[in-house]
Design a protein around this ligand. Structure first.
Ligand code: PMV
Length: 333
C-alpha cells in the first residue's frame, strides 16, 4: 500500500467512527502570586477559575470551506483576523499532529471568559478547541500533546509564555508552577474569599512581558532584586496557605503588587481599584495576570466583607466582580 492509500484508509476509518459533534471545554485561571516572575523561572501559584469557561463545538460544515463562529469573529476560517493567528495555528497543529483530514468543519466557540483580562482566555479557547477537534475525530489526546499544541499557539499570542495559562486551562486543582518543572497541584482550604475584579481595560500581556524584558536589560540588578523578592513572597505565600494563615497571605499579596508596580506593569485605574479594596477591608490586594489593565484580586476574611470589597472595587471603576470561596477541596474544584 502506498502512503497516499494508507492515509486515505485512515481517514475513511475516521469518517466511519466520527460522531456528528465534537465537544471541548476549558476554564479560566487566576494567578494568585508570581505572574511575570514565572517567565524568569520563579514559581507562581495559580487557581482554576471555573466561574468563567469556554465551550467549543466542532461539526461538519456542509459548505466547501471551514467556518468559525464566536462572539469576537464569525466567518470563514481563511478570513480569521491576524489576532486569531494562535487559534488558526491550534487548528492546523491539531489536524497535522494527528494526521486528520483537512475537510470543511464548523467551529463554534462560546465563552464567558472576558478577553485580555489576565484570566487566560486565549489558552482556554485553544485547549477547548483541541479537545473538540480530537473529540470530533475520536482520537486519544494525551495531556502532553494538548500542552505541546497549545503552548506553541500561546507563543504566537504572547511571544514569551511560561506555560501557566495552558496548564491551568485544564487543571482542576490549584497549582504551584515553575517553568520546566513538573507542576505541583495542592489544595487550598482557607476561611477566606477571593474577589476578582475586572478593570474593564484590556490587559496587554505581550506588551507587559516585553516591558519587563526591556527593564531587565536596562536595569538588571533592580529587576533581579524584584524577582528575588517575588520568589520569597510566593514561597511564603505557599506556606501561609498550608498553615491557613490568611492575614499573612493577604500581606504577601499586597507586597507582590508593590513589586509588580516596580516592574511597571500596573495601571492607574487598576491601582485605584486595588486601593479601594485595601480601604474597604481587604487583607491584601494585587493585580493578576499580565497587567497593564486586566483584573485585580483581593482577599477577604468573610463573605460579607468580600461583598463590601467587591462593591468598593465596582465603585472605583471595576466592570465586573466575582467572589471565590477559598474553602476549596478537590471535589468542589
Ligand atoms: O495575562 P495572562 O492571563 O495571559 O497571564 C500571563 C502571565 C504572565 O506571567 C505575565 C506570562 C506567562 O506566560 O506566565
Amino acid at each position: 500500500m502506498n502512503e497516499e492509500n494508507m492515509s486515505y484508509s485512515t481517514h475513511d476509518t475516521l469518517h466511519q467512527q466520527t460522531p456528528s459533534i465534537g465537544h471541548g471545554q476549558a476554564h479560566s485561571k487566576i494567578i494568585l502570586m508570581g505572574e511575570h516572575a514565572v517567565v524568569y523561572g520563579v514559581p507562581a501559584i495559580a487557581l482554576p477559575f471555573t466561574a468563567a469557561s469556554t465551550k467549543v463545538i466542532v461539526q461538519k460544515n456542509n459548505h466547501s470551506v471551514s467556518y468559525f463562529e464566536s462572539e469576537y469573529f464569525t466567518g470563514t476560517a481563511a478570513e480569521m483576523p491576524d489576532e486569531m493567528n494562535n487559534l488558526k495555528q491550534v487548528i492546523q497543529l491539531t489536524l497535522d499532529s494527528f494526521a486528520l483530514p483537512k475537510e470543511p468543519l464548523h467551529y463554534k466557540v462560546t465563552s464567558n471568559i472576558p478577553v485580555k483580562r489576565g484570566m487566560g482566555s486565549s489558552a482556554a479557547v485553544s485547549v477547548a478547541l483541541v479537545r473538540a477537534i480530537t473529540d470530533y475525530y475520536q482520537v486519544h489526546l494525551s495531556d502532553y500533546q494538548l500542552k505541546m499544541i497549545v503552548n506553541q499557539a500561546e507563543i504566537i499570542a504572547h511571544e514569551t509564555t511560561s506555560g501557566i495559562d495552558t496548564l491551568m486551562a485544564s487543571s482542576h486543582r490549584p497549582v504551584m508552577y515553575q517553568k520546566s518543572e513538573p507542576p505541583v497541584p495542592f489544595d487550598i482550604n482557607l476561611k477566606a474569599f477571593l474577589i476578582v475584579a475586572d478593570s474593564g481595560i484590556e490587559g496587554q500581556t505581550k506588551i507587559a512581558v516585553g516591558k519587563v524584558r526591556q527593564l531587565y536589560e536596562q536595569r538588571p540588578s533592580m529587576v533581579k532584586d524584584a524577582l528575588k523578592s517575588i520568589e520569597r513572597f510566593v514561597k511564603l505565600g505557599y506556606q501561609a496557605i498550608k498553615q491557613q494563615d490568611t492575614n499573612e497571605l493577604g500581606r504577601l499579596l499586597t507586597y507582590n503588587h508593590y513589586y509588580l508596580n516596580q516592574l511597571g506593569i500596573s495601571d492607574p485605574k487598576l491601582d485605584h481599584i486595588i486601593r479601594a479594596a485595601w480601604y474597604a477591608g481587604a487583607l491584601g490586594a494585587k493585580l493578576t495576570g499580565g497587567g497593564l489593565g486586566g483584573c485585580a484580586i483581593a482577599l477577604a476574611e468573610t463573605q460579607t466583607i468580600a461583598q463590601t470589597i467587591a462593591d468598593a472595587m465596582k465603585q472605583a471603576g471595576a466592570q465586573n466582580t466575582w467572589i471565590l470561596n477559598l474553602a476549596m477541596n478537590e471535589e468542589e474544584n
